[in-house]
Design a protein around this ligand. Structure first.
Ligand SMILES: [Zn+2]
Length: 181
């Protein structure tokens, strides 16, 4: 009989995502289960929810944390997401905001072109496929009769964390304002 290698199993589940809440329950970060267990051993956090899985060491086993809360409030006033090419594409779901394609390389388009005073802001940058970007060139969507699929907005971290919620993370939903307790 082949028994599963406990090290390999631990390795996988130790990388599972854990939602980290501030002392006031505002979502703060996502870390790995490994990091969460270290923080727990250091008595820095409280475990609020566990996954339905266990991690094993030679001497003991413990439930795998899923949602944790730091014991001391972390002064981290910004729920803003850093503006970057990667984060704009992530916000826009890898979808060209003009034609809706997901295919091909995605570029970043300045809605009001840079040469005409357009800034690098969340409201002025969208994901666009190469052909829409080229077609639009140095013009505005209005001038080209191109319609944005949605008005681009600054995302919040909460929005990003919500996108990590898969079947295994259903316990995160109330903490991310996706449903009531
Ligand atoms: Zn396009």
């Amino acid at each position: 009989m082949i028994s599963p290698n406990p090290k390999a199993i631990n390795g996988q589940i130790l990388n599972r995502a854990v939602l980290v809440l501030n002392a006031n329950y505002i979502p703060l970060a996502i870390c790995t289960a490994k990091r969460a267990i270290c923080l727990s051993v250091m008595d820095k956090i409280e475990i609020l929810v566990n996954y339905d899985a266990k991690v094993h060491s030679p001497s003991t086993s413990m439930a795998l944390p899923s949602v944790i809360k730091v014991k001391e409030f972390i002064h981290y006033n910004s729920l803003n997401v850093e503006i970057s090419r990667k984060n704009i594409i992530f916000r826009d779901n890898h979808i060209c905001q003009y034609c809706g394609t997901k295919k091909g390389p995605i570029t970043i388009d300045h809605i009001l072109p840079k040469g005409r005073g357009g800034n690098d802001t969340w409201e002025n940058l969208v994901a666009a496929c190469q052909s829409c970007n080229q077609r639009k060139g140095d013009r505005t969507p209005e001038e080209m009769g191109m319609i944005l699929r949605k008005q681009p907005k600054r995302p919040s971290r909460i929005h990003y964390y919500q996108r990590h919620v898969k079947a295994l993370q259903s316990d995160w939903r109330p903490y991310l304002f996706m449903e009531s307790f």
